[in-house]
Design a protein. Structure first.
Length: 332
């Protein structure tokens, strides 16, 4: 069985959110395709809180190269997928290394200026969306780019789907306590709409501490570090899924919400262009509250159109076929 290293930050492996879900899904798909995905991460100089200065962004990765390379060499690994641009220098040691970005140099994102120099050295990438492929070519001259979605768990999307359980005033938001995710907007929406039940789900326990700085309205329910089963159960019960991030590289909960037939309210930004269907409504800070209320007031419980589109565009089956094609070329 061929080995492929998956290099992520320690905190990405430990939290119950996008990167870890992606890692576990890729590992399972790898096994089905005869590829052993080996998890590799640095053990030092990584803060548990990404808003503390210093080590949680690219410059922290640079002091971990010896640890990462030791792990890679000890396993005789030649092919590496790295998810953080700070590890771009791996290609100096391992020519067969490829970036699958969990973040992107967009002005809306923390670490934007720090990321840019690393992207100028990328020569091969896998991305989640056609938008990111276009941006890599346009901004950084990277044209060897494969588009492979992070497929949602089809089994969970079937098992937990029950339109009769939808709560009509329940709005679901999944994100982080970071400026570009705009949790402040969700709290303000809840304040202005006390008739709505607003669930805010955070991937890591660290946000239990940071959310204490906000005045949380009574109609907001905070959830932390849910399992995938818990996410899909909650997703099924919500009428509306709302994303108000300024920019997103993964947008995994949006694809999951589509698969669960939710009414979708999303940003107008082009990075969300792949989230499109009959009941996916794009807006902005000026009209989001109205759009969420309109979606909640829709006479239907679910959108079968959204669900059908998601299964055709983002499923685990499609992810597996994407990696089958990618590995066949990359590992030969």
């Amino acid at each position: 069985m061929r080995k492929v290293g998956l290099v992520m930050r320690k905190i990405q492996f430990t939290e119950a959110q996008g990167p870890r879900v992606f890692a576990d899904r890729l590992k399972q798909i790898g096994l089905e395709l005869g590829v052993d995905i080996v998890f590799i991460s640095p053990e030092r100089h990584v803060s548990g809180y990404d808003w503390l200065p210093g080590y949680e962004h690219e410059k922290g990765d640079l002091v971990n190269y010896d640890i990462v390379l030791d792990q890679i060499y000890s396993q005789n690994i030649e092919h590496v997928i790295y998810t953080v641009s700070g590890f771009t220098f791996l290609k100096m040691f391992l020519p067969k290394s490829v970036l699958f970005p969990h973040s992107f140099p967009d002005p809306a994102l923390t670490g934007y200026e720090m990321m840019k120099p690393f992207y100028s050295m990328v020569d091969k990438a896998i991305v989640q969306t056609e938008f990111l492929k276009t941006e890599l070519g346009r901004n950084f001259g990277v044209h060897d780019v494969s588009v492979i979605p992070i497929g949602f768990n089809e089994e969970l999307a079937h098992r937990h789907y029950d339109p009769s359980q939808v709560v009509h005033n329940r709005v679901l938001w999944i994100g982080r306590d970071e400026a570009n995710r705009r949790p402040d907007l969700v709290l303000e929406y809840a304040r202005q709409n006390p008739d709505k039940e607003v669930y805010m789900v955070f991937g890591g326990r660290r946000y239990e501490e940071s959310m204490k700085k906000y005045d949380i309205p009574d109609n907001v329910k905070l959830q932390f570090a849910l399992t995938q089963d818990e996410v899909f159960t909650l997703m099924n019960s919500a009428k509306v899924y709302w994303s108000c991030s300024a920019f997103d590289t993964f947008a995994m909960p949006l694809t999951e919400a589509m698969a669960m037939g939710k009414m979708i309210v999303k940003p107008e930004h082009a990075c969300y262009g792949h989230i499109r269907s009959t009941h996916a409504f794009a807006g902005n800070e000026d009209n989001w509250f109205e759009l969420v209320n309109m979606a909640a007031a829709a006479p239907r419980n679910v959108s079968e159109d959204n669900r059908e589109y998601a299964f055709g565009a983002f499923s685990r089956t499609i992810m597996k076929e994407g990696y089958r094609t990618f590995f066949a070329d990359w590992l030969k």
